[in-house]
Design a protein around this ligand. Structure first.
Ligand code: HEM
Ligand SMILES: CC(C)=CCC/C(C)=C/CC/C(C)=C/COP(=O)(O)OP(=O)(O)O
Length: 299
């Protein structure tokens, strides 16, 4: 016997937009754009625009499928309670159709309008975010964001592949930079929204291993992240504009990370250093990728 789904009014465009996690996607798309602009061969502006559009649509589609699958835990967490599905403004089937349709469209359009390598990597990132991170790992292990976080690191590779039809050492280092940046980015936030994840039964690191371990892990991941950020310069893959900017930006990141790593939380602590690291992590990635493009233009 099936139970009738409650009748909901048609979702508004704003709700479909919210399904794509637009704020997070701005950085995802920016890293893709910078990967494209850092490539040694110029891309035709129309093809370049199509590639960026496909990254945005693919990432948005992945976000929609993530929200389709996670409506139950999103309803429990304060931060996510007002999303279109837990907020009761959209039915799950609409979210599923939107996510699957947009995923297929973004990959096919990338394949036809840009090239097959970029389309293949875009497909892998969508599948990775949905199946490896959301469905498989998120509810099972605190390593969820380390492994699953790779999904968000693919866009620089996609952008580069859109321009060159290939991958190379520089975009692989950019992949590694975002991949290794993700744990400090997320765990800094998880330290101050720990209670939400605990209530929802999501095994994020501060919930299952405690704050001390999380702080140490933030410090540890910052070391290889710093190496991935700075290495393109000594390897001769970028010039000094990127080299100096990345070194300074990364030094500040490391300082904030050390402050978080070496600290103990007190009762009623406002967690200012953790919030500072989380906020700076976003600015950091924008600025480092921006510096890469400036380096290319002014070299
Ligand atoms: C598995 C990996 C990741 C996890 C679990 C994660 C988690 C989060 C969470 C929970 C927030 C809080 C804001 C919100 O409510 O959405 C956030 C913010 C943000 N994340 Fe991540 N993130 C991850 C990877 C990434 C990646 C790869 C990027 C981009 C390259 C990114 C970019 C951002 C940005 C720009 C914000 C700020 C959004 C705003 O202003 O509301 N994140 N992240
Ligand atoms: C190009 C392409 C397909 C990229 C997609 C990859 C992607 C969206 C990476 C960002 C990762 C992200 C938004 C994690 C949020 O974690 P969460 O889903 O656990 O956050 P939540 O608790 O806010 O839902």
């Amino acid at each position: 016997m099936t139970t009738a789904a409650p009748l909901l009014p048609p979702a508004e465009w704003r709700d479909f937009l919210a399904l794509t996690k637009p704020r997070v996607m701005t950085l995802v798309v920016f890293t893709g754009l910078c990967g494209m602009l850092a490539a040694p061969v110029p891309i035709h502006p129309v093809i370049g625009f199509a590639a960026i559009l496909c990254i945005a649509l693919g990432a948005g589609a992945a976000g929609a499928l993530n929200q389709w699958y996670e409506a139950d835990i999103d309803a429990i967490m304060r931060r996510t309670q007002k999303r279109p599905l837990p907020g009761g403004r959209m039915d799950r089937q609409s979210a599923l159709h939107f996510g699957v349709g947009l995923s297929a469209f973004s990959v096919l359009f990338m394949g036809f309008a840009v090239n097959l390598v970029a389309a293949a990597i875009l497909a892998v990132s969508i599948l990775f975010y949905v199946f490896v991170y959301t469905v498989w790992l998120k509810r099972r292990t605190p390593q969820n964001i380390v492994i699953g976080g790779a999904a968000g690191a693919f866009p620089p590779l996609i952008g580069w592949a859109a321009a060159t039809g290939d991958v190379a050492l520089l975009p692989v280092l950019l992949f590694l930079l975002v991949f290794l940046w993700t744990p400090p980015h997320f765990w800094a936030l998880a330290l101050f929204v720990k209670i939400d994840y605990a209530n929802a039964g999501v095994p994020m690191l501060p919930v299952v291993a405690g704050e001390r371990v999380t702080r140490t892990q933030i410090g540890l991941y910052t070391i290889p992240m710093a190496a991935a950020a700075v290495l393109p310069w000594p390897l001769g893959l970028t010039g000094p504009i990127y080299g100096v900017a990345a070194t300074l930006l990364t030094a500040w990141f490391a300082l904030l990370a050390v402050r978080v790593a070496t600290r103990t939380t007190h009762v009623d602590d406002a967690m200012k250093p953790e919030k500072a690291l989380f906020k700076y992590s976003i600015l950091y990635l924008f600025a480092t990728f921006g510096a890469l493009v400036l380096d290319r233009w002014f070299a």
